[in-house]
Every structure is written in C-alpha cells, then in structure tokens.
Ligand binder design. Structure first.
Ligand code: UD1
Ligand code: CA
Length: 471
C-alpha cells in the first residue's frame, strides 16, 4: 500500500515489435547488443525490479528470434503482426491485462538506461496525483528524433507531437517524451480505441492518448528528469555507439573508484558482471567480458580479450592475449601473443609464452611452455618444460585424443606428441621427435633418424660443380 492507500499492483508492457528501420539491419533492433547484452534485457531488468505481477513483451519483427533469445524468462509474449505504431502495439497486449486493476507501466524496448529509481518515482507520482496517465520527460540539448512535450503558457500539458508532425515552433521545444508511461488499464485501453492514424507515418501513436485524457479532463502527470542518458532511446547505430560509451564510462568510473588503474579508460571495455580485485593495472585496449573474474595485484599489459576468464592473484598478462573460459591460478604469466581456449586450467606459476595455444588442457604448477606450441586435450604435470615448437597432435580428422605428460618432464623442441600418448614422470623426449608410443617414467625417447657426418664432402662437391661449369 502507498501513502494514499492505493494498491501497489503493477503490470508491465514492453514494446519491442518494431524492426528498427533506422538501424538498417536484418537483426531486430532489440537484439542488438549493448554492453554485451541484447537491448531488450535492459528494460526487462528494470521492469522486474518493480516486482510486477506480469510482464508482457510485444514482439513482431523477428518475433521468433526475440522469443528464442529470451526463452526461459518470466514474460508473456504478445504478437503484433503488423507494426501499425506504438499505440497499436500496446493494444496487442490487452488480453493479458483483462480485469487487471493495478498500474500498467509501459516501457520501450529501445530505451535501455532508465533506472529503477526513476520508474519507482513515476509510479509513485502517478498514484499520488491519482492520474489516469503519467509520463516521463526530459529536456535534451539535442531533442532530435523525439516526440516533443507541448505545454501551455502556464506550464500545463497540452499534448505530445512527434517530430515529423511538429511545426517549426514545436520542433524548437527541448522537452521530450521518454516513451515511458504509467497508466490505469481501463483508461489506457479505452483511450487506445479512440486514437487515429492520421499522421505523417500513418501509425497509431501511443502518445496520442495524452490528448484523449486531456479532452476528457482527466489527470495526466509528468515527471521531468535531469539525467539525459536515462531516457535516451536507440534508433541508429550511431546512438548505439554513443550509449555503449556512456555505459563504458560508467563502469570504468566505478572500477577506478574501487582501486583499479586503467591506463586508457577510453579503450577499456568491461562488461557489467565482471569482478575485479584491488591494485590491478590494466593497459590499453583491454576487453573484460562475460563473467570474467580478476584477482588482486594482477597486471594486464594491454590488447587483452578475456571472456569468462578467472585469474588468481598476481597474474601477469603480457601484451596481446586472447583468453576464453579458462582458469589461471596465482602468479601465472601469459603472453605476449598467446591464446587460451575453453577448458584451459593453468596451475600456480605456469608460464605460457609467445605463440602458444592451449585448449581443454590442465597445466601443472610451475610448468613452462615458452614458445610456439600447441597444447590441446592434454594433462601436463608440474615443473615440466615444453620445448619450442611442441605440438600435441590430438585430432585424426574424426576424433580427438588426449595426451598425458607427467611431472618434471623435458620435452625437446620441435616434438610432435601423437595422441593418445603418455609421457611418464621425469622422462626426456629428444628434440625433433615424433612420439607415437608411451614413454616410461625416467626414460629418454628419441625418434629422429640418426645423424651421419661425411668428412670432406663440401670440398669434393665444390670441385665437382666447378668442373661442370667449365665444360
Ligand atoms: C517514440 C515516441 C516518441 C518518444 C520516443 C522516445 C511514439 C509514436 N513516439 O518514438 O514520442 O519521444 O519513442 O524514445 O510512440 N514499436 C512496436 N510496434 C510498433 C512500433 C513501435 O512495438 O508498431 C516499439 C519499437 O520496437 C520500440 C518502441 O515501440 O521499442 C518505440 O518505437 P520507435 O519506432 O522507436 O519510436 P520512436 O520514433 O523512437
Ligand atoms: Ca525509439
């Protein structure tokens, strides 16, 4: 219950059926990503925080794709077969709110940053003022593309006019419609029956219900916001990029405040769910994505692309690394130019050097693979040294096989380990070997042909060639 005794029941309608023509894309607009997540996930999250009884998402363009992307979410899908405008879109969700007597919150699928607090304020004002309709507005330095809020000289609301229908004078208005409303269901659906599509786009405009309310002398409340970013909608790729920047700056500021040094915040991209410890130094062009977790006192030199990576304390990533779904324990060093693919586990103090790729493998404590190596589907023990140019040959074109290497092993340079194969503890493999059979613990394996030196051969060869030339 609120102060005035009204119920706090809330239902939500999110409008997401439009194609997003201005994106010039075959992907529905609400599936374009911002901060690594589809646009629609933002209003959805904000909606959930109002603890609604039901969330209806109106879909149309690419409906199947949108529904599949959000499968498993606690929402109902309302289909708008033809995109006849935002007013028509709301009408399509009507059947989910038959008999519902709470407040309906209407959000746009393309307005991602509206805060929980703002939505709560709109709902509260709506109840306090006992309005049939409440809307969120803001004054923008550049109001281009938005519906303008038209007011009388005394400041009272007169209506909303879309930019393409606005007179020159109206276009100069800087207060705009955020596309976020609260309405009483009974008023909303009866008003929607009255609007027409007599406008420049031939569409049924949801904002036209403002005019309906005013003509019936019903109360319309407005909440005016100061924060521009909160109400910004995304219609073009340029706006998407701008919002990406806004989001990034916000996240980077938060991490700098928490003790993380960002050498170049403009080229540091950290996604929302990432967790970073204290005293971390992060160089330019670093991407920390997904559920990446960084321990304390780590150094990331730069050009790093980490997705779902877990770094323990004191890890050092040298310039140019790509790490996906991998675990790096304390004090591991990786790079420059290394690629850790899914399923990699590097135990404490492992060193992975330049042009080394590791996939679906565990590498034991203190082991080093410093140059030009592929370790795939392998278990490598601790304190082992993998020489330059070593390759686990794990694939026969049909199946993948495992390679097992023990502790304190020395794998000579340019070795091929043809899986399935095992190298026992303390074994040595001579450089240039192709290992096809298991190597027992403590043994030396050699598979290269024996070297033959032919004394004086060069002198004889040269003499022969010279003679040929004279003939
Ligand atoms: C809309 C408002 C405008 C406001 C702006 C704020 C209208 C007519 N105009 O304009 O006053 O300033 O938002 O961002 O409402 N949609 C459907 N079905 C449709 C048409 C649109 O579901 O038939 C959805 C879109 O997918 C989008 C949302 O409604 O998520 C808004 O539509 P859009 O075309 O982006 O409206 P704007 O021109 O931005
Ligand atoms: Ca829009």
């Amino acid at each position: 219950m609120t102060e005035d005794g009204a119920t706090t029941r809330v239902g939500v309608i999110i409008l997401a059926a439009g194609q997003g023509k201005r994106m010039r894309s075959s992907l529905p607009k609400v599936l374009h990503c911002l901060g690594g997540k589809p646009l629609l996930s933002y209003p959805l999250k904000a909606a959930r925080q109002q603890k609604p009884e039901r969330i209806a998402v109106v879909v149309g363009h690419g409906a199947e794709q949108v529904e599949a992307t959000f499968a498993g979410n606690d929402v109902v899908w309302a289909l708008q077969e033809n995109q006849l405008g935002t007013g028509d879109a709301v009408r399509c969700a009507r059947r989910y709110f038959e008999g519902f007597s709470g407040d309906l919150l209407i959000l746009s699928g393309d307005v991602p940053f509206v805060s929980t607090r703002t939505l709560a304020t709109v709902l509260m004002r709506h109840r306090q003022e006992q309005a049939v309709l409440s809307l969120l507005t803001a004054s923008l330095t550049n109001p281009k593309g938005y519906g303008r809020i038209v007011r009388a000289a005394d400041g009272s609301l007169r209506g909303i006019v879309e930019e393409r229908d606005a007179s020159g004078e109206e276009q100069a208005i800087r207060e705009v419609n955020a596309g976020i409303y609260t309405a009483r269901p009974h008023f909303l659906f009866s008003a929607l029956a009255e609007i027409t599509n007599r406008n420049d786009q031939g569409e049924y405009y949801l904002p036209d219900i403002v005019g309906v309310a005013l003509s019936q002398a019903k109360k319309v409340a407005t909440v005016r916001l100061d924060d521009e970013a909160e109400i910004r909608g995304i219609n073009t790729r340029e706006e998407l990029a701008m919002m990406e920047r806004v989001l990034q700056e916000r996240i980077n500021r938060r991490w700098m405040g928490a003790g993380v040094t960002l050498k170049d915040p403009h080229t540091t991209y950290i996604e929302e769910e990432v967790v970073i410890g204290k005293d971390i130094v992060i160089g330019p062009n670093t991407h920390l994505l997904g559920h990446t977790v960084i321990g304390e006192r780590c150094r990331i030199d730069g050009n790093a692309y980490l997705t779902d990576a877990r770094l323990g304390d004191g890890v050092h990533l040298k310039f140019n690394v790509v790490i996906t779904d991998s675990v790096l324990e304390e004090k591991v060093e990786v790079g420059p130019f290394s690629h850790l693919r899914p399923g990699t586990v590097l135990k404490r103090n492992v060193h992975i050097g330049n042009f080394v790729e590791v996939k679906n493998s565990t590498v034991g404590e203190g082991t080093k693979a410093s140059h030009l190596t592929y370790i795939g589907d392998a278990s490598v023990g601790s304190e082992t040294n993998i020489g330059a140019g070593t390759i686990t040959c794990n694939y026969d074109g049909f199946l993948k096989y495992r390679t097992t290497i023990g502790d304190r092993v020395q794998i000579g340079s340019d070795t091929q380990l043809v899986a399935p194969v095992a190298v026992g503890d303390d074994a040595y493999v001579g450089a240039g070997s192709t290992v096809t059979e298991d190597v027992p613990a403590g043994a030396l394996a050699l598979s290269r042909t024996q070297q033959k030196n032919i004394p004086g051969w060069v002198e004889r060869f040269r003499a022969r060639q010279k003679k040929k030339g004279e003939n």
